[in-house]
Design a protein around this ligand. Sequence first.
Ligand code: NAP
Ligand code: ZN
Ligand code: ZN
Length: 347
Amino acid sequence: MTKVRGLAALSKGAPFVRHDFTRRSVGVHDVLIDIAYAGICHSDIHQVREEWGPSIFPMVPGHEIAGVVREIGSSVKKFAIGDHIGVGVFIDSCRDCQPCRDGLEQYCDGGMTGTYNTVERDGVTVAMGGYSNRFVVNENYAVKIDKTLALDGVAPLLCAGITLYSPLKHWKVGKGSRVAVMGLGGLGHMGVKFAHALGAHVTVLSHSESKREDALTMGADEFIVVHEPQDLTPLKRSFDLILNTVSAQIDINIYLATLKIDGTLVVIGLPGAPYPVQVGALLNGRKSLAGSMIGGIGQIQEMIDFCAQHSILSDVEVINAEYVDEAYERTVASDVKYRFVIDAKTI
Ligand code: NAP
Ligand code: ZN
Ligand code: ZN
């Protein structure tokens, strides 16, 4: 077995405590990772607080993992000791269904195996995530990281990065596209960087005036503060694609009017409760309301390589283990620039 130091919530919403546990021994297709950094995604907070339904405790969250390969199994082909490596939101899938064969493991017919807060495919092991010092994973569920990329800024790419890259590629965003990103948090700021790098005209729709300068520096062309529905009136029929990354319950109907004819609003933020949609707002302009969830392993690798080519990293605030509870509070208050990343040495 592999001994691991982690940070766990022992019950719903409980403060984090140090938690020792074991992972499986390194199998022939596995790699053992010395974790360098783990990002704090708002999905971690939703799950620790059971905003998506019952969770499994003790919970070691963390699905934005960047580190260094420490040991490899005898059949491992993709990685060598010392390689930089990343693990994201899932660590396994059935490997056999059509989505898995198509590289869409996140939409596996049998359900992807999450990196934590889930029982693994052996039916027994409770998956423990990246707020820890070591990780064991099958080599096919990890990606290679170019060594020119700083690992602290890489960690959030494994969830926040791919979750915005994937819909931008799916909806074929490029030069001339007009894209809006709702919410400039961990996910949103990656959306701005990617959409800009792809040549789109990018507008941020935010409720935080204090983020204006940063958004423009990241590549946004416009920054609009939205407090009231009328703040969106001048933007009627402006966007081909809107990426909604807002983590809280909001009225998305007022945003539908800002789509062009045939435009699409992609729901990415997942506050946990259903919200109403006025179908009339979709009909008028043949608009689409869609969803998107992370991305497959092949596309995560493509996104990491794109980041290496374009020198794209997440803007991070590196923190020690002791600060995680406060980091949660600040994330919920939209007060992070733009992703908290735990230095695993401090766990
Ligand atoms: P985050 O860093 O907390 O960012 C969310 C942003 O939403 C905030 O920075 C803020 O942006 C805006 N916001 C928050 N509360 C708001 C409110 N009351 N009214 C209006 N705007 C508000 O969170 P994240 O890690 O980016 O995650 C965002 C959401 O995506 C979460 O629900 C998460 O669970 C979900 N998620 C989905 C996927 C997927 O695959 N679909 C993957 C990862 C995460 P401004 O300050 O700019 O307004
Ligand atoms: Zn996430
Ligand atoms: Zn499958």
